[in-house]
Ligand binder design. Sequence first.
Ligand SMILES: Cc1ncc(COP(=O)(O)O)c(C=O)c1O
Length: 231
Amino acid sequence: MLGVHVHVGSQLSDFDAQAETIVRLAAFAAGCRDELGWVARVADLGGGFGIRHHPADEVPDAAALAASAATTARLAFVEQGLPRPEVWLEPGRCLVGRAGVTLYRVGSVKRLPERTWVAIDGGMSDNPRPQLYDARYTALSAARVDEPVDEVVSVAGMHCESGDVLIDDVALPSPRRGDLLAVPATGAYTLAMASNYNGVPRPAAVLVREGAARVIRVRETIDDLLRPETE
Ligand SMILES: Cc1ncc(COP(=O)(O)O)c(C=O)c1O
């Protein structure tokens, strides 16, 4: 056993919660030394460095948060009379989150007096986070980014569930059937969380680099979904 580990949480919004947790981790390590005679050499501080999924999100700079975590851990361990630990970090989202964009095709646009609904060919099966804990996203009209945004709409998924709302409010160029919607910052906790909710096949994944595109995960088919079934 090399050391002690903690993961404070995801999308950390301040330095205080992180510092408080690390101080407790050091106290725990001191308890291990006193009661078990075992000395932790590694302090693994987990991940949790946030990214902006929505323009209104305010997240501390990941590098500053990581540096502060490492300093706090070293000080807290030394204060407990422990050796200066080797600090490990496990960032996830802040490394890959911004690399992913989810593309949807607009199926229909329904203009009601109180709200305009834009229905897409995806939703809670490819990204359950808005339903799970009200995660917020934004979207762009992928092929019309130079046009003025003149309509605020809600984006609904295709799963026949009242809770299947991907985005509550987003301003777009007046949407129409066939538009492509791009939802940025979906490179983490999206495909990995995707499911076959309501028997919906999961989408393909395409890697784009320097103008070249390569399919890195094929689109699922109905046959894929039926394959495990027996007669
Ligand atoms: C133990 C542990 N380490 C690291 C991570 C990565 O977190 P993030 O992607 O927010 O950096 C998680 C995410 O839940 C986790 O549970």
